[in-house]
Design a protein. Structure first.
Length: 369
Protein backbone atom coordinates (compact mmCIF):
# COMPACT_ATOMS: atom_id res chain seq x y z
CA UNK A 1 0.00 0.00 0.00
CA UNK A 2 2.74 2.37 0.93
CA UNK A 3 4.53 1.45 -2.28
CA UNK A 4 1.41 2.14 -4.21
CA UNK A 5 1.06 5.56 -2.63
CA UNK A 6 4.67 6.28 -3.38
CA UNK A 7 4.14 5.30 -6.98
CA UNK A 8 1.02 7.42 -7.14
CA UNK A 9 2.87 10.38 -5.72
CA UNK A 10 5.68 9.83 -8.16
CA UNK A 11 3.21 9.62 -11.03
CA UNK A 12 1.41 12.75 -9.91
CA UNK A 13 4.67 14.55 -9.47
CA UNK A 14 5.92 13.50 -12.86
CA UNK A 15 2.63 14.44 -14.42
CA UNK A 16 2.57 17.78 -12.65
CA UNK A 17 6.12 18.66 -13.66
CA UNK A 18 5.38 17.46 -17.13
CA UNK A 19 2.28 19.68 -17.27
CA UNK A 20 4.13 22.64 -15.85
CA UNK A 21 6.65 22.37 -18.57
CA UNK A 22 4.08 22.56 -21.35
CA UNK A 23 2.30 25.68 -22.42
CA UNK A 24 -1.48 25.60 -22.49
CA UNK A 25 -3.52 26.84 -25.43
CA UNK A 26 -6.18 28.62 -23.44
CA UNK A 27 -8.32 30.07 -26.19
CA UNK A 28 -8.64 30.51 -29.94
CA UNK A 29 -10.10 33.78 -31.17
CA UNK A 30 -10.72 34.90 -34.74
CA UNK A 31 -11.46 38.26 -36.33
CA UNK A 32 -12.58 38.60 -39.94
CA UNK A 33 -12.46 41.89 -41.83
CA UNK A 34 -12.43 42.94 -45.51
CA UNK A 35 -8.68 42.89 -45.59
CA UNK A 36 -7.70 40.01 -43.36
CA UNK A 37 -8.51 37.21 -40.97
CA UNK A 38 -6.73 37.30 -37.65
CA UNK A 39 -6.15 34.19 -35.56
CA UNK A 40 -5.34 34.91 -31.92
CA UNK A 41 -4.27 32.10 -29.65
CA UNK A 42 -4.20 32.82 -25.91
CA UNK A 43 -1.43 31.04 -24.04
CA UNK A 44 -0.34 30.75 -20.43
CA UNK A 45 3.30 31.08 -21.35
CA UNK A 46 5.64 31.82 -24.17
CA UNK A 47 5.87 29.14 -26.85
CA UNK A 48 8.05 28.02 -29.70
CA UNK A 49 6.25 27.81 -32.99
CA UNK A 50 6.81 27.72 -36.72
CA UNK A 51 4.58 28.55 -39.68
CA UNK A 52 4.85 27.18 -43.21
CA UNK A 53 2.57 28.25 -46.00
CA UNK A 54 1.97 26.80 -49.38
CA UNK A 55 -0.65 27.74 -51.97
CA UNK A 56 -3.82 27.08 -50.04
CA UNK A 57 -2.55 25.75 -46.72
CA UNK A 58 -1.05 27.20 -43.58
CA UNK A 59 0.83 24.80 -41.32
CA UNK A 60 1.20 25.96 -37.74
CA UNK A 61 3.50 23.95 -35.56
CA UNK A 62 3.58 24.61 -31.80
CA UNK A 63 6.03 22.72 -29.61
CA UNK A 64 5.52 21.56 -26.09
CA UNK A 65 1.87 22.47 -25.68
CA UNK A 66 -1.38 21.04 -24.56
CA UNK A 67 -4.89 21.94 -25.45
CA UNK A 68 -7.71 22.57 -23.02
CA UNK A 69 -10.69 20.38 -23.87
CA UNK A 70 -13.03 23.42 -23.76
CA UNK A 71 -10.79 25.14 -26.32
CA UNK A 72 -10.95 22.30 -28.80
CA UNK A 73 -14.22 23.27 -30.51
CA UNK A 74 -13.10 26.85 -30.99
CA UNK A 75 -10.33 25.84 -33.37
CA UNK A 76 -12.66 24.93 -36.20
CA UNK A 77 -13.63 28.44 -37.14
CA UNK A 78 -14.44 29.06 -40.80
CA UNK A 79 -14.94 32.25 -42.80
CA UNK A 80 -14.35 33.47 -46.36
CA UNK A 81 -10.64 32.71 -45.99
CA UNK A 82 -10.39 29.72 -43.67
CA UNK A 83 -12.26 26.78 -45.16
CA UNK A 84 -11.18 23.95 -42.89
CA UNK A 85 -8.87 23.25 -39.96
CA UNK A 86 -7.22 19.98 -39.00
CA UNK A 87 -5.17 19.14 -35.91
CA UNK A 88 -2.47 16.54 -35.59
CA UNK A 89 -0.82 15.72 -32.29
CA UNK A 90 2.67 14.28 -32.18
CA UNK A 91 3.79 13.81 -28.60
CA UNK A 92 4.09 17.34 -27.26
CA UNK A 93 3.86 19.05 -30.61
CA UNK A 94 0.64 20.21 -32.15
CA UNK A 95 0.23 20.70 -35.86
CA UNK A 96 -2.60 22.83 -37.16
CA UNK A 97 -3.39 22.85 -40.85
CA UNK A 98 -5.60 25.70 -42.01
CA UNK A 99 -6.97 25.14 -45.52
CA UNK A 100 -7.60 28.51 -47.11
CA UNK A 101 -9.69 29.81 -50.01
CA UNK A 102 -6.66 31.26 -51.76
CA UNK A 103 -3.09 32.31 -51.12
CA UNK A 104 -2.70 34.98 -48.45
CA UNK A 105 0.19 37.00 -47.15
CA UNK A 106 0.72 35.43 -43.72
CA UNK A 107 2.53 37.14 -40.88
CA UNK A 108 2.67 36.19 -37.21
CA UNK A 109 4.05 37.39 -33.91
CA UNK A 110 3.97 36.74 -30.17
CA UNK A 111 2.64 39.24 -27.68
CA UNK A 112 3.44 39.39 -23.97
CA UNK A 113 0.75 39.95 -21.32
CA UNK A 114 0.03 43.64 -20.81
CA UNK A 115 -2.40 45.91 -18.96
CA UNK A 116 -5.23 44.86 -21.21
CA UNK A 117 -4.53 41.16 -21.74
CA UNK A 118 -3.42 38.80 -19.02
CA UNK A 119 -2.19 36.08 -21.41
CA UNK A 120 0.58 35.55 -23.86
CA UNK A 121 -0.78 35.64 -27.42
CA UNK A 122 0.21 34.23 -30.75
CA UNK A 123 -1.24 36.35 -33.54
CA UNK A 124 -1.46 35.10 -37.12
CA UNK A 125 -2.69 37.37 -39.89
CA UNK A 126 -4.00 36.15 -43.22
CA UNK A 127 -3.82 39.29 -45.35
CA UNK A 128 -5.49 39.63 -48.73
CA UNK A 129 -2.86 39.97 -51.40
CA UNK A 130 -5.17 41.67 -53.93
CA UNK A 131 -6.40 44.28 -51.45
CA UNK A 132 -2.89 45.31 -50.54
CA UNK A 133 -1.96 45.78 -54.17
CA UNK A 134 -5.16 47.68 -54.83
CA UNK A 135 -4.61 50.01 -51.89
CA UNK A 136 -1.13 50.75 -53.13
CA UNK A 137 -2.41 51.36 -56.64
CA UNK A 138 -5.22 53.61 -55.41
CA UNK A 139 -2.78 55.67 -53.40
CA UNK A 140 -0.55 55.92 -56.41
CA UNK A 141 -3.15 56.90 -58.98
CA UNK A 142 -5.48 58.89 -56.80
CA UNK A 143 -5.70 61.96 -59.04
CA UNK A 144 -6.41 59.92 -62.18
CA UNK A 145 -9.10 57.88 -60.43
CA UNK A 146 -11.37 60.92 -60.47
CA UNK A 147 -14.38 60.53 -62.74
CA UNK A 148 -14.62 63.24 -65.35
CA UNK A 149 -18.24 64.10 -66.07
CA UNK A 150 -18.46 65.94 -69.34
CA UNK A 151 -21.38 68.34 -69.40
CA UNK A 152 -22.37 69.67 -72.77
CA UNK A 153 -24.65 72.71 -72.85
CA UNK A 154 -26.41 72.39 -76.21
CA UNK A 155 -26.04 75.09 -78.89
CA UNK A 156 -24.53 78.54 -78.15
CA UNK A 157 -23.43 81.69 -79.95
CA UNK A 158 -24.92 82.04 -83.43
CA UNK A 159 -26.80 78.77 -82.86
CA UNK A 160 -29.64 79.64 -80.45
CA UNK A 161 -31.21 76.18 -80.58
CA UNK A 162 -35.00 75.99 -80.30
CA UNK A 163 -36.94 79.15 -79.53
CA UNK A 164 -39.97 79.21 -77.24
CA UNK A 165 -43.33 80.92 -77.49
CA UNK A 166 -42.01 83.76 -75.31
CA UNK A 167 -38.79 83.84 -77.33
CA UNK A 168 -36.72 81.90 -74.81
CA UNK A 169 -33.60 80.61 -76.52
CA UNK A 170 -32.59 77.03 -75.82
CA UNK A 171 -28.86 77.91 -75.65
CA UNK A 172 -29.36 79.99 -72.48
CA UNK A 173 -31.43 77.34 -70.72
CA UNK A 174 -28.96 74.56 -71.50
CA UNK A 175 -25.98 76.57 -70.24
CA UNK A 176 -27.78 77.52 -67.05
CA UNK A 177 -28.71 73.90 -66.26
CA UNK A 178 -25.23 72.67 -67.27
CA UNK A 179 -23.56 75.08 -64.83
CA UNK A 180 -25.88 74.04 -62.00
CA UNK A 181 -25.14 70.39 -62.72
CA UNK A 182 -21.39 71.09 -62.81
CA UNK A 183 -21.61 72.70 -59.38
CA UNK A 184 -23.26 69.58 -57.93
CA UNK A 185 -20.72 67.29 -59.59
CA UNK A 186 -17.77 69.34 -58.34
CA UNK A 187 -19.05 69.12 -54.79
CA UNK A 188 -18.91 65.32 -55.07
CA UNK A 189 -15.80 63.48 -53.97
CA UNK A 190 -14.15 61.59 -56.80
CA UNK A 191 -15.94 63.51 -59.54
CA UNK A 192 -15.03 66.50 -61.64
CA UNK A 193 -17.20 68.33 -64.15
CA UNK A 194 -15.88 69.64 -67.45
CA UNK A 195 -18.08 71.89 -69.56
CA UNK A 196 -17.90 71.98 -73.35
CA UNK A 197 -18.74 75.67 -73.17
CA UNK A 198 -18.92 78.14 -70.29
CA UNK A 199 -20.49 81.07 -72.10
CA UNK A 200 -22.66 82.09 -75.02
CA UNK A 201 -20.41 81.11 -77.90
CA UNK A 202 -20.48 78.58 -80.68
CA UNK A 203 -18.74 75.21 -80.26
CA UNK A 204 -18.93 72.76 -83.18
CA UNK A 205 -20.24 69.28 -82.54
CA UNK A 206 -16.96 67.61 -83.44
CA UNK A 207 -15.13 69.97 -81.10
CA UNK A 208 -17.42 68.92 -78.26
CA UNK A 209 -16.49 65.28 -78.82
CA UNK A 210 -12.83 66.18 -78.90
CA UNK A 211 -13.15 67.99 -75.57
CA UNK A 212 -14.65 64.83 -74.07
CA UNK A 213 -11.84 62.68 -75.44
CA UNK A 214 -9.07 65.08 -74.46
CA UNK A 215 -10.38 65.14 -70.89
CA UNK A 216 -10.77 61.35 -70.79
CA UNK A 217 -14.40 61.77 -69.79
CA UNK A 218 -16.11 58.81 -68.14
CA UNK A 219 -19.55 59.96 -69.26
CA UNK A 220 -20.84 62.56 -71.68
CA UNK A 221 -24.09 64.39 -70.90
CA UNK A 222 -25.56 66.71 -73.49
CA UNK A 223 -28.29 69.03 -72.25
CA UNK A 224 -31.02 70.31 -74.53
CA UNK A 225 -34.63 71.48 -74.61
CA UNK A 226 -37.07 69.99 -77.09
CA UNK A 227 -39.29 71.76 -79.60
CA UNK A 228 -42.07 70.66 -81.95
CA UNK A 229 -44.74 72.65 -83.77
CA UNK A 230 -47.48 71.06 -81.61
CA UNK A 231 -47.58 73.24 -78.51
CA UNK A 232 -49.11 70.63 -76.22
CA UNK A 233 -46.13 68.27 -76.48
CA UNK A 234 -44.45 68.08 -73.10
CA UNK A 235 -41.99 66.21 -70.89
CA UNK A 236 -38.43 65.04 -70.84
CA UNK A 237 -36.75 62.46 -73.04
CA UNK A 238 -33.33 60.88 -73.05
CA UNK A 239 -31.51 59.78 -76.18
CA UNK A 240 -28.71 57.28 -76.43
CA UNK A 241 -26.77 56.21 -79.48
CA UNK A 242 -28.18 53.71 -81.91
CA UNK A 243 -25.93 51.49 -84.00
CA UNK A 244 -27.98 52.10 -87.10
CA UNK A 245 -28.05 55.83 -86.59
CA UNK A 246 -31.00 58.03 -85.88
CA UNK A 247 -34.38 57.88 -87.48
CA UNK A 248 -35.57 61.35 -86.58
CA UNK A 249 -35.32 64.14 -89.07
CA UNK A 250 -33.07 66.11 -86.73
CA UNK A 251 -30.55 63.35 -86.19
CA UNK A 252 -30.41 62.57 -89.91
CA UNK A 253 -29.79 66.22 -90.58
CA UNK A 254 -27.03 66.30 -88.00
CA UNK A 255 -25.42 63.17 -89.36
CA UNK A 256 -25.39 64.62 -92.85
CA UNK A 257 -23.99 67.94 -91.75
CA UNK A 258 -21.07 66.54 -89.80
CA UNK A 259 -18.15 64.53 -90.96
CA UNK A 260 -18.53 61.70 -88.48
CA UNK A 261 -15.47 59.73 -89.61
CA UNK A 262 -13.33 62.70 -88.75
CA UNK A 263 -14.35 62.60 -85.09
CA UNK A 264 -13.16 59.02 -84.71
CA UNK A 265 -9.56 60.12 -84.73
CA UNK A 266 -6.95 57.48 -85.43
CA UNK A 267 -9.39 54.84 -86.59
CA UNK A 268 -8.15 54.81 -90.18
CA UNK A 269 -4.59 54.00 -89.18
CA UNK A 270 -5.81 51.03 -87.21
CA UNK A 271 -7.74 49.67 -90.15
CA UNK A 272 -4.55 49.63 -92.17
CA UNK A 273 -2.80 47.51 -89.55
CA UNK A 274 -5.34 44.84 -88.82
CA UNK A 275 -8.79 45.28 -90.20
CA UNK A 276 -10.25 42.21 -88.51
CA UNK A 277 -8.89 42.95 -85.05
CA UNK A 278 -9.86 46.57 -85.31
CA UNK A 279 -13.40 45.70 -86.28
CA UNK A 280 -13.80 43.42 -83.29
CA UNK A 281 -12.29 45.91 -80.87
CA UNK A 282 -14.29 48.75 -82.30
CA UNK A 283 -17.54 46.83 -82.08
CA UNK A 284 -16.76 45.67 -78.57
CA UNK A 285 -16.03 49.13 -77.30
CA UNK A 286 -19.11 50.42 -79.07
CA UNK A 287 -21.31 47.67 -77.73
CA UNK A 288 -20.14 48.17 -74.17
CA UNK A 289 -20.47 51.91 -74.54
CA UNK A 290 -24.04 51.53 -75.80
CA UNK A 291 -25.01 49.29 -72.89
CA UNK A 292 -23.53 51.81 -70.49
CA UNK A 293 -25.29 54.67 -72.29
CA UNK A 294 -28.59 52.85 -71.95
CA UNK A 295 -27.96 52.32 -68.25
CA UNK A 296 -27.08 55.97 -67.73
CA UNK A 297 -30.13 57.00 -69.78
CA UNK A 298 -32.44 54.88 -67.62
CA UNK A 299 -31.01 56.25 -64.38
CA UNK A 300 -31.40 59.87 -65.51
CA UNK A 301 -34.90 59.32 -66.89
CA UNK A 302 -36.03 57.74 -63.62
CA UNK A 303 -34.97 60.84 -61.72
CA UNK A 304 -36.54 63.15 -64.32
CA UNK A 305 -39.85 61.33 -63.84
CA UNK A 306 -39.86 62.46 -60.21
CA UNK A 307 -39.81 66.17 -61.07
CA UNK A 308 -41.94 66.42 -64.20
CA UNK A 309 -43.60 64.73 -67.13
CA UNK A 310 -41.81 62.29 -69.35
CA UNK A 311 -42.26 62.64 -73.08
CA UNK A 312 -40.83 59.15 -73.66
CA UNK A 313 -40.72 56.65 -70.82
CA UNK A 314 -37.59 54.82 -72.00
CA UNK A 315 -34.34 56.13 -73.49
CA UNK A 316 -34.71 56.75 -77.23
CA UNK A 317 -32.10 55.67 -79.70
CA UNK A 318 -30.72 58.29 -82.00
CA UNK A 319 -27.66 59.01 -84.05
CA UNK A 320 -26.83 62.49 -82.78
CA UNK A 321 -23.29 63.43 -83.56
CA UNK A 322 -22.59 64.53 -80.01
CA UNK A 323 -23.39 60.99 -78.92
CA UNK A 324 -20.87 59.41 -81.26
CA UNK A 325 -18.13 59.56 -78.71
CA UNK A 326 -16.02 56.41 -78.98
CA UNK A 327 -16.09 54.35 -75.79
CA UNK A 328 -17.58 57.12 -73.67
CA UNK A 329 -21.12 56.38 -72.44
CA UNK A 330 -23.19 59.29 -73.69
CA UNK A 331 -26.71 60.59 -73.30
CA UNK A 332 -28.57 63.54 -74.74
CA UNK A 333 -31.24 64.90 -72.42
CA UNK A 334 -34.17 66.87 -73.74
CA UNK A 335 -35.07 68.41 -70.39
CA UNK A 336 -38.55 69.63 -71.44
CA UNK A 337 -40.36 71.24 -74.39
CA UNK A 338 -39.42 74.85 -74.85
CA UNK A 339 -42.23 74.94 -77.42
CA UNK A 340 -44.78 74.23 -74.69
CA UNK A 341 -45.62 77.58 -72.97
CA UNK A 342 -45.92 76.01 -69.50
CA UNK A 343 -42.67 74.14 -69.85
CA UNK A 344 -40.98 77.21 -71.31
CA UNK A 345 -41.88 79.03 -68.12
CA UNK A 346 -40.56 76.14 -66.09
CA UNK A 347 -37.28 76.09 -68.02
CA UNK A 348 -36.82 79.80 -67.30
CA UNK A 349 -37.36 79.34 -63.57
CA UNK A 350 -34.12 79.07 -61.56
CA UNK A 351 -35.67 76.74 -58.97
CA UNK A 352 -36.90 74.44 -61.74
CA UNK A 353 -33.51 74.51 -63.43
CA UNK A 354 -31.99 73.44 -60.13
CA UNK A 355 -34.47 70.59 -59.88
CA UNK A 356 -33.56 69.43 -63.38
CA UNK A 357 -29.84 69.68 -62.67
CA UNK A 358 -30.31 67.73 -59.46
CA UNK A 359 -32.34 65.01 -61.20
CA UNK A 360 -29.56 64.53 -63.76
CA UNK A 361 -27.01 64.56 -60.94
CA UNK A 362 -28.89 61.87 -59.00
CA UNK A 363 -29.09 59.83 -62.18
CA UNK A 364 -25.33 60.03 -62.62
CA UNK A 365 -24.76 59.02 -58.98
CA UNK A 366 -27.08 56.04 -59.39
CA UNK A 367 -25.33 55.08 -62.59
CA UNK A 368 -22.04 54.73 -60.69
CA UNK A 369 -23.60 52.97 -57.70
ZN1 LIG B 1 -31.01 71.31 -78.67
Amino acid sequence: MRQFIALLITLLYVNASYADNRATLLDFRFATSDKRTQIIIDLDKKIKYSINTNVKKIHLNIQNVKLLSQTYDKIFYTDSRIKKTRIKRQKNTMNFVFSTAEKYKVNSYLLQPDDKYQHHRLVINLNNIATQQKTKKQKHNQPTQQKIILIDAGHGGQDPGAIGYKHTQEKHITLSIAKKLAKLINRTEGMKAVLTRRGDYYVGLTKRIKIAQANKASVFISIHADAVPRRSARGASVYTLSERGGSTKFSRQLERSQNIEQSFGGRKNLIKNDQYLNKILWNLSRKDRDIQSQKLGHKVLKQMSKIGYLHKKIPQKAGFVVLKTPAIPSVLIETAFISNPQEEERLNNTKEQEKIANAIYQGVLNYYR
